[in-house]
Design a binder for this molecule. Structure first.
Ligand code: NAD
Length: 376
């Protein structure tokens, strides 16, 4: 099989596979083409791809020769018309937002592997792009907040006096939140954490954070380790307790999400107005509505001296390592999808392959995608 690594468009800096991972794909028996300058914004040259055995090619050649097209984001809708029946597109798809794109791909007879719907099972952990990108986001969010904060993170005892450590409040201790706790602690801040899943309590403690329990949280074993929507009574109690902690905090990193739903509103306008001027809120849930009432997706706003950053694209700001992780996840997925001859062999009985295949042979396959698009 021939696979092609495409250059991303717009503001995206990542690339689906770096040279090391392109070599990994070659080891699986796949011939690899790479669009010219595909790695440029991740600081990787065509020369490095050539050294890894990948052949730089024009976009047109890749579309006509490759059986599988690899990209970070879905290819632009115009490009779908350059595809031929049976061709495979492998990228993040965001089916809930891109239903029309997916329907066009289905009617054209393309196969779409949606990397963002890989089942979140133990076996699929090494293929989980959402986890690796959340790790990047949690890390970058803390560094961004620290660079804007008019104070130190760690405690300092100097001849000029003692500086108290900053207080960081983390809302949501999933993958991004746990990474944010680890980095904020490494920088010397005091960290407090809210989550509705009691399972994370021990993880938070082991990272040196203080877990603040709000009684009465609803949990559902059927939610596959994810949070579920809370009762109105719980939400009110939680918002009040968060307000108490936020007032004492210098930084809030908000990461709380509920799959397939709008993000829970945890920081009210009144909470922000009672926070110290100079404080920083980074809202990683911005693209799903935000955890702060004042968040604007893709924007930074300052309200009463509090900076609120609505940002969900940190991985693109750290393109080299984010691409490395993205590509490793793809290679681990390909290991279960490529046969000994280097051809794609989609065994739909395999729960990971079935769960990741959004459309194939003009049918919707993944149950999760069907649910997102309300398809029976
Ligand atoms: P996420 O992005 O959906 O949510 C982030 C966090 O927000 C979660 O911890 C959630 O409990 C929390 N949250 C939701 N509503 C909240 C509220 N009202 N108040 C406070 N916190 C709230 O989740 P994620 O980071 O993608 O993953 C969550 C969990 O899923 C992981 O911790 C893990 O258990 C599981 N997971 C498993 C795998 C795997 O096995 N392959 C991979 C990734 C995640």
């Amino acid at each position: 099989m021939i696979a092609g690594i495409l250059k991303e468009s717009g503001a995206e800096n990542r690339v689906a596979l770096l040279p090391g991972e392109a070599a990994g794909l070659k080891k699986l028996g796949v011939e690899v083409l790479v669009e010219k300058d595909a790695g440029e914004k991740a600081f990787i040259s065509d020369r490095e791809y050539i050294a890894s055995g990948a052949a730089p090619s024009s976009r047109k050649d890749i579309f006509s020769k490759a059986a599988m097209l690899l990209s970070v984001n879905p290819v632009p809708e115009d490009d779908l018309r350059s595809c031929r029946e049976g061709q495979v597109l492998c990228s993040v798809v965001n089916p809930a937002e891109n239903g029309k794109w997916l329907e066009s791909a289905r009617t054209l007879g393309l196969t779409v592997l949606a990397l963002d719907v890989i089942p979140r099972t133990t076996r699929a952990q090494a293929m989980d792009i959402l986890s690796s990108m959340a790790t990047v986001s949690g890390y970058k969010a803390v560094l961004h907040a620290a660079s804007l904060l008019p104070r130190f993170f760690p405690m300092f005892m100097s001849a000029a006096g003692t500086i108290k450590p900053s207080k960081v409040l983390i809302l949501g201790a999933g993958v991004a939140g746990l990474q944010a706790i680890a980095i904020a602690r490494k920088l010397g801040a005091v960290v407090e954490v809210f989550d509705v899943r009691s399972a994370v309590r021990e993880e938070v403690k082991s990272l040196g954070g203080k877990f603040i329990e709000v009684e009465g949280a609803k949990e559902d074993a059927a939610a596959g380790g994810y949070a579920v929507e809370q009762t109105e009574e719980f939400k009110k109690k939680q918002q009040e307790l968060i307000q108490c902690r936020a007032v004492a905090s210098d930084v809030v990193i908000a990461t709380a999400q509920i799959p397939g739903k709008k993000a829970p509103v945890l920081l009210l306008k009144e909470t922000v107005s009672s926070m110290k001027p100079g404080s920083v809120i980074v809202d990683l849930a911005a693209s799903t509505g935000g955890n702060c009432e004042l968040t604007q997706n893709g924007k930074t706003v300052v309200v009463n001296g509090v900076t609120i950053i609505g940002k969900s694209d940190y991985p693109s700001d750290m393109p080299t390592d984010a691409s490395k992780m993205f590509g490793s996840n793809i290679i681990n997925l390909m290991k279960i999808m490529i046969d000994k001859e280097g051809n794609l062999a989609l065994n739909m009985q395999d729960e990971i392959i079935n769960g990741t295949t959004a459309v194939h042979a003009k049918e919707y396959v993944s149950q999760r995608v069907k649910q997102m698009l309300n398809i029976k």
